[in-house]
Every structure is written in structure tokens, then in C-alpha cells.
Design a protein around this ligand. Sequence first.
Ligand code: RFL
Ligand code: PHB
Length: 390
Amino acid sequence: MRTQVVIIGSGPSGLLLGQLLANSGIDNVILERVDRDYVLGRVRAGVLEQGMVDLLDEAGAGARMRAEGLPHEGISLAFDNRLHRIDLTELTGGKRVTVYGQTEVTHDLMDKRAADGLTNIYDAKNVMPHAFDSDAPYVTYEKDGTTHRIDCDFIAGCDGFHGVSRRSAPEGAIKTYERAYPFGWLGILAEVPPADHELIYANHPRGFALCSMRSTHRSRYYVQCPLDDHVEGWSDDRFWDELRRRLPPEAAERVVTGPSFEKSIAPLRSFVAEPMRFGRLFLVGDAAHIVPPTGAKGLNLAASDVRYLYWGLREFYQDKSRAGIDTYSARALSRVWKAVRFSWWMTTMLHRFRDTDDFGQRIQEAELDYLVHSQAASAALAENYVGLPY
Ligand code: RFL
Ligand code: PHB
């Protein structure tokens, strides 16, 4: 088989890139290690920057998001037993974010791809990129006991943090930067109305908590927990008790409890691989970088990578110019590092660290106090939260 671009991974990065390329007449095939339902079973991001919203529209997959997504004009920081609202829209001259689950984004993109008759090969095992340092790269994979080969012009590694693409980069050509955090997030989904109409990020002596949502009747909540905790140790009752203890009374009394239908623990990590291009292989999204979820940036960074690569490949095919693909890595990384910094800062400011002494504690409190009372500091948070320009 031959195509122009082989995309490894059918998460949001791969699906969005594939759709934008196909809309521009650039042929592509997506290879995915697991099946469609497994991909759709992952519960992850919930907050979309305007750039991501615009890209979904441009891909032709934005209709349901427009109808069902919740526009949010602010967030609250909770500390010192009360809520402090940050007016994102006022502080950024009219910008806002959209609350719409990653599962729904993925669903919409998969439906669009299927409706357009584009090729998505699920259950592709042992996917392997080859010869990407030449002008004739190809990808091999196994399916139903047979090895297949796809020849192509380019390979897009959209296969997440544990994928094969980054591991295929020549040793010595790649440099990685990493920070692991000494705690995780325990998250639940429940069919109950959210505690507030906007998100609440809480700093509390017992640990961080986040009140989020998927719709007006479905809530997503998180609490900071030790990394070695197991979900089996967290009954729903224990979760709701812990959540309410970490929220100020005005929010805690509005928490509606109910049975959870998803519960998982995620580790927190900052990670960047440089560069994001190796000859004709490009790394996109989580394959190249991970941020802790505190800033809601992971999926949105995947979207900005996709946009830069899509522009670059379009220029290559339509204008016969290599300028876009040659600058892809530098442009993407410049935006990535700013989001890495923001997510690290939000994480540091909002969580309890085991080794924080009294001094560190006071600094955290002073930072939060300054943040909500200084227009300049609030504006800097808002500018980053709604998303820096592409
Ligand atoms: P994905 O979603 O991991 O998709 C990669 C796909 O590649 C497949 N794959 C392979 N396919 C073929 N061969 C192989 N060898 C393969 N290896 C892997 C996988 O099966 C998968 O289908 O990466 P992508 O597309 O780059 O998307 C990135 C986002 O998923 C991620 O950044 C966000 O979910 C991060 N994130 C958040 N981001 C936000 O922007 N806002 C948020 O509010 C937000 N909240 C979160 C989050 C991530 C979380 N977790 C669990 C990590 C909350 C949480 C709890
Ligand atoms: C979510 O709704 O899953 C969510 C929202 C905001 C974050 C992280 C996760 O910062």
C-alpha cells in the first residue's frame, strides 16, 4: 500500500491531523494499536482552548461541540476557606474556554473520518517506522497474523507518551527533559450536576482538589493522592468526604454526590523531547511532551502541534516549499515550553508537597493571595489558561 502520510496513533492528535490533511486533499492512513472502543473508553481532558475549537471546526467536526460544549468565562481558585474568581474573559479582552470532553472530541473526529471513508486501521500490532532519514520512508505493522507495509512521504508519530515513534529516534539525536511529581490525581466521573457552573481549583492543607464537569448533569472531580494509592482503597463515600473537606464551605455544600462510573489514578509528569522532527518522522502531541493536567494544556498542545505540522505539510504539497516542515520543531517547541512552564507553575502553587516546610507553605499562600489581588498577576494566569497564540 502507498499513501502520502502515515499517522501512527488514533488519539486526538492523529485524528485531527488526518482530517485536516484529508480536507486539503493529502492522502493519509491512521494505524492504531488498540480498537476504537478502547480509545473511546479513556477519560481524559475536558477544557478546550479557542485554538482547538477553531481547528475542530476547520476539520469539519465541530458541530456537536458547538451545540453541547459549555463556554466558560472564568475559573475559581479556592484557598483560605473561600473562592476567588478569575474572570478569564474580562482579563483577556473577550477570550474564553470551552468545556467539552476529549472522549467526545475523539468520537466526533472518528465519526467524521468514517463518514468521509478515510482509512483507519485498528488493532495494528508492532507498528514500526522505517527509513525516515531517507526520501522513501515506510511503516510496517502486523494484523491478523500478517505483516503489512505502507510506503509514504512522511510519518506522523501521534502515538502518545508510550508509543513507538519517539523510541525510534536515533539515540544521540534526541534530548529529553523530565520532572516527575510526588503525587497523583484520583479522578471520578458521576452523573450529578456540578458544584459550580465554573471550574474550581482548590489548594488545601489536605491536598489539591479540582471540580470540573462534562455537562450540566455530569461532573468530573479530582483529588491529589499518594502515588502508591489504589482505586480499590477509595470507595465513593471516601472520595466524596475527602473532596468536601478540601473545598471551602460555600462550594462543599453544593457538591451533589452519587455513584461514580469511572475512577482512576493518574501520575503527574512534565516531559519534553527535543527535537520533534527526525528526517521525515514528526512527533506530535503526547508523543513529544507531557504536562501535568493542572493547567489543562495537554490536549491543547497536541492541537497546536497539529496545526503547525498541517500547515507545513500543506505548504510542502501545495506550494512545493519545505519552509513549514523545516521550522515545525522549533515553532512547536516554543509554544510547548511556555505551556510546560505554566503547568509546572500551577501544579507547584496548588499542591501539597511532602517536603514543604513552613517557609514554603507561607510562600505558596503569599503567591495565591498576590495572584487573586493583583490585576497583572491574574491577567498573566488568564492569558495562559485561555491559551497563548499559535
Ligand atoms: P493519546 O491520546 O495518548 O493518543 C495516542 C494514541 O496512539 C495509540 N498508540 C499506538 N498506535 C499504534 N502503534 C503504537 N505503538 C501505539 N502506541 C500508542 C494509543 O493507543 C492512542 O490511541 O495522545 P494524543 O493524541 O497526542 O493526545 C494527547 C491527549 O490525550 C493528552 O494530552 C490529554 O489527555 C492531557 N490531559 C488534558 N489535556 C488538556 O488539554 N486539558 C485537560 O483538561 C486535560 N486533562 C489530561 C487531563 C490527561 C489526563 N491523563 C489521564 C493523562 C486529565 C487527565 C487525568
Ligand atoms: C477535566 O475536566 O478533566 C480537567 C479540567 C481541568 C484540568 C484538568 C482536567 O485542569
